[in-house]
Design a protein around this ligand. Structure first.
Ligand SMILES: [Zn+2]
Length: 375
């Protein structure tokens, strides 16, 4: 991961580069932003830049001995801490026990979230945390002199998942690390980080990626047409992980519309039996797909509400969606849009927290049936 691979975030990159160039990178830097904004890739690109011995044009060179080791994420002065699922049977109890899976996933794609990581280590339904004992590992690794580079870097992904015992043990070293040691904390929920850790770090907020930057990246990397790229970027809401998911579902976009149209028709006609069938059918797909559908439904509600204002520049629907919307949009108005949004969001949260999807989706369908009739 180089700065040039980061999607958007030009001002942030500029800022980080400058910190390194001017030798004022803090010992503990906290980058925080929503999922899919590139917090982790930015941290990794920063670490590479810091250790590169031949920086060129504001980026790492890619060919110096340090960069070569970064290519494999196997630099002796680069350390990772990340949430894991403790599996005593497989003797996987420390981050290092997962390091080969970690490297492989990051090398394949450094835009990932917790769900993708858990899937990668086959621990989908587990809670991953940074365990208390990980602090001993960190202290041990930092007690050695730097091997090769001028700087030792400890990248901590999701410090908010750190057990308080671990966090407390790291306070002293965060405050007074050995010279040339840098902690880069990469967080999605900084408000959940222990206050004592927060107060010892300099923090930098990473904004959402602009739609334009996401669209350009999709066009360049996936050979999409400008229209398709813009459409996907629009529903991604500044989240590049979401954009990649949308891209994958691209082929199934018409299928999502079908599910949506069917739900709206049946809800409007109050076909309770058929609505039950609909929810069972959707519940039989995976949770990922259900979440995708619910995101899509939110998007469709928003767009249809907007369509009432007859202002084409604020409506982003593609052509089959527009066709449906031309007659449907009148049913989405200021008297039901808030509640529809609320119910869809609630259903998405329930699906995410493993509540029985059949019940969640059927319940949602019934609520929509009521809300569509609201005068
Ligand atoms: Zn280099």
């Amino acid at each position: 991961m180089f700065f040039k691979d980061i999607v958007g975030q030009q001002p942030v990159k500029e800022h980080l580069r400058k910190m390194v160039d001017e030798n004022r990178l803090p010992h503990a830097l906290l980058l925080h932003g929503n999922e899919g904004t590139g917090v982790f890739p930015l941290g990794l690109a920063l670490a590479r830049y810091l250790d590169c011995t031949h920086r060129v044009d504001g980026d790492a060179c890619g060919v110096c001995p340090s960069c070569l080791k970064f290519n494999k994420l196997a630099h002796p002065d680069l350390h990772f801490v990340f949430p894991i699922y403790k599996d005593s049977k497989r003797k996987k109890e420390r981050c290092d026990d997962y390091i080969s899976e970690w490297r492989q996933m990051v090398l394949e794609n450094s835009y990932f979230n917790m769900e993708m990581w858990l899937k990668y280590i086959k621990a989908e339904n587990s809670q991953a945390i940074i365990y208390a004992q990980e602090s001993d590992e960190v202290l041990r690794k930092l007690s050695f002199k730097t091997y090769e580079a001028d700087h030792k870097v400890m990248l901590i992904w999701l410090p908010e998942k750190m057990h308080s015992v671990c966090a407390n043990k790291l306070l002293k070293i965060l405050e007074e690390p050995a010279p040339q040691t840098h902690f880069i904390l990469l967080s999605e929920n900084p408000e959940e980080i222990l206050g004592t850790i927060l107060s010892r770090s300099q923090s930098l907020q990473i904004p959402e990626i602009s739609q334009k930057c996401i669209a350009e990246k999709l066009e360049a990397d996936y050979k999409l047409s400008a229209d398709d790229a813009q459409y996907i970027a629009h529903i991604a809401n500044g989240n590049y992980i979401q954009a990649l998911n949308n891209l994958q579902m691209g082929e199934s976009a018409s299928e999502l519309l079908e599910y949506f149209v069917k739900l709206m028709r049946l809800a409007y006609m109050r076909e309770i039996k058929e609505l039950k069938k609909w929810s069972e059918e959707l519940a039989a797909t995976g949770r990922e797909y259900q979440k995708m559908f619910l995101d899509y439904a939110l998007y469709m509600m928003r767009e249809n509400f907007m369509a009432n204002f007859r202002e084409p520049s604020i409506v982003y629907m593609n052509s089959p969606e527009r066709t449906f919307s031309s007659r449907f949009c009148q049913f989405i108005h200021e008297r039901n849009i808030d509640d529809l949004t609320l119910e869809l969001t609630k259903a998405a949260n329930d699906v995410e927290s493993n509540v029985n999807s059949k019940i969640v989706l059927f319940d949602l369908a019934l609520k929509i049936a009521t809300l569509l009739k609201r005068k």
